[in-house]
Write a protein that binds this ligand. Structure first.
Ligand SMILES: [Mg+2]
Length: 415
């Protein structure tokens, strides 16, 4: 069969607004300012260049979000490299999954390279909130923040850059210490019931003691899965995630049965626009109800809390536009006395490092469903993240505390 050009990874691209063009506009603006302000402007470190590298990480095992022609080619990611005009570099990563959200590898690459990057070049490198306001104006919001998974890559790179410019780990930018290590949860997503025990055993062999199960749409299958996992792991934290896959009646019927089977929390039983069903599930009280899909900015999180739709949130910086948004969401949930769990989008190394920095800084207590280390078999770091015995250590050092190996990026980009 003829190979489709759409299928393969896109070539790496560099996006650069010319220094001459940026300088001309900056000098024109500076001419109208008082002398002291001009000096301050000149001394500010600016974003000089943004490079994006679309690629796919090789995978192992079965995970339903990576089934199909695109997913089978590997876990899509766009690595973002932001270079400041003093030469300092910040790294980030956008992690689109078309089976989880409408943001695809190709859409993320184009939005980063052709829309967001040209608007951010020339801006103050450490003004992360300002960069988000610029991105808000560049691609408009839908119900919430526009292209949040895509934007997370820029947000993470800006945090890394701000940390490196100040010589501090990202947690210190928030006035916090690194914390950690983070206990991990092993994902059990069997194609047939006879795979359950062997999947759990593989996790145990790697030192995992806690399990998260993927459920929906079939409640019979799900209750049996929960029973068997609970029987095999009586002391584990058992977390069921339906990814919005039940209809309202089934969600209300299955929640008490999953509780009886030994599940501890139920995440995303229905799609996030099923507001009245979330309210009914919370009133039912069979299990703590967590939201994931649909919680993007702090604004709808506050609205959903006010509407009494949830007992907590499965956090993930990669879903909600990055660290700035997710940090605020953790603060809101803690202020409201609700639960937060640490989750992710099968994050590869750079996005995972950012996630660990956030969860460690905020003292995540429960096992995290960060399953990048379970399913991904490559990295782009000079020193891989320290993950052993079911624990992920928070990287130390300026910024995200990681050293990116550009030769590894080139290898993965070639596919
Ligand atoms: Mg989830």
């Amino acid at each position: 069969m003829k190979r489709s050009a759409r299928r393969g990874p896109l070539p790496a691209h560099a996006c650069r607004l010319t220094r001459r063009r940026w300088l001309a506009s900056t000098l024109a603006a500076a001419a109208a300012l008082p002398a002291a302000r001009v000096l301050a402007e000149v001394q500010t470190v600016k974003i000089d260049r943004i490079d994006v590298f679309p690629l796919r990480y090789p995978m192992t095992g079965y995970f339903k979000f990576f089934a199909g022609a695109h997913g089978a080619a590997g876990r899509a990611a766009v690595i973002v490299k932001i270079t400041a005009d003093d030469g300092t570099v910040g790294w980030g990563q956008s992690v689109p999954i078309e089976k989880w959200s409408y943001e695809t590898l190709e859409a993320a690459t184009v939005a980063l390279r052709d829309y967001y990057a040209p608007e951010l070049i020339g801006r103050d490198a450490v003004d992360i909130a300002g960069a988000h306001r610029t991105m808000d104006q560049t691609i408009q919001a839908g119900f919430s923040t526009g292209m949040p998974i895509t934007r997370a890559g820029l947000d993470i790179a800006l945090h890394d850059l701000a940390g490196k410019l100040s010589g501090k780990p990202v947690c210190e930018l928030w006035g916090r210490s690194p914390g950690g290590p983070i206990t991990l949860s092993w994902t059990v997503n069997p194609r047939t019931p006879d795979e359950i025990e062997s999947i759990m055993e593989e996790g145990r062999q790697r030192g995992y003691r806690h399990f998260n199960i993927k459920v929906a749409p079939d409640p019979q299958v799900d209750v049996e899965l929960a029973r068997r996992v609970r029987r095999a792991a009586p002391d584990a934290f058992l977390w069921a995630d339906a990814n919005g896959g039940y209809d309202p009646a089934t969600a209300l019927e299955v929640a008490p049965r999953l509780a009886d089977a030994g599940v501890d929390v139920l995440e995303a039983p229905v799609r996030p626009n099923r507001i009245s069903t979330y309210q009914a599930l919370k009133r039912q009280g069979a299990l703590p109800i967590l939201m994931d899909e649909g919680v993007v900015s702090p604004i709808e999180l506050e609205e959903f809390i006010r509407l009494k739709m949830l007992d907590g949130v499965a956090m993930k910086p990669s879903r909600c536009g990055g660290l700035l948004s997710n940090k605020r969401q953790i603060e809101i949930v803690e202020q409201e006395g609700l639960m937060w769990l640490g989750s992710g989008l099968t994050d590869p190394d750079i996005s995972l490092a950012a996630t660990l920095c956030l969860y460690g800084a905020f003292g995540l207590a429960k096992p995290a469903a960060l399953n990048g280390p379970q399913f991904l078999t490559a990295d782009v770091l000079k020193q891989p993240l320290k993950i052993a015995d079911g624990l992920a250590h928070v990287p130390h050092g300026a910024g995200l505390g990681i050293d990116v190996d550009e030769e590894k990026i080139a290898q993965l980009s070639r596919g």
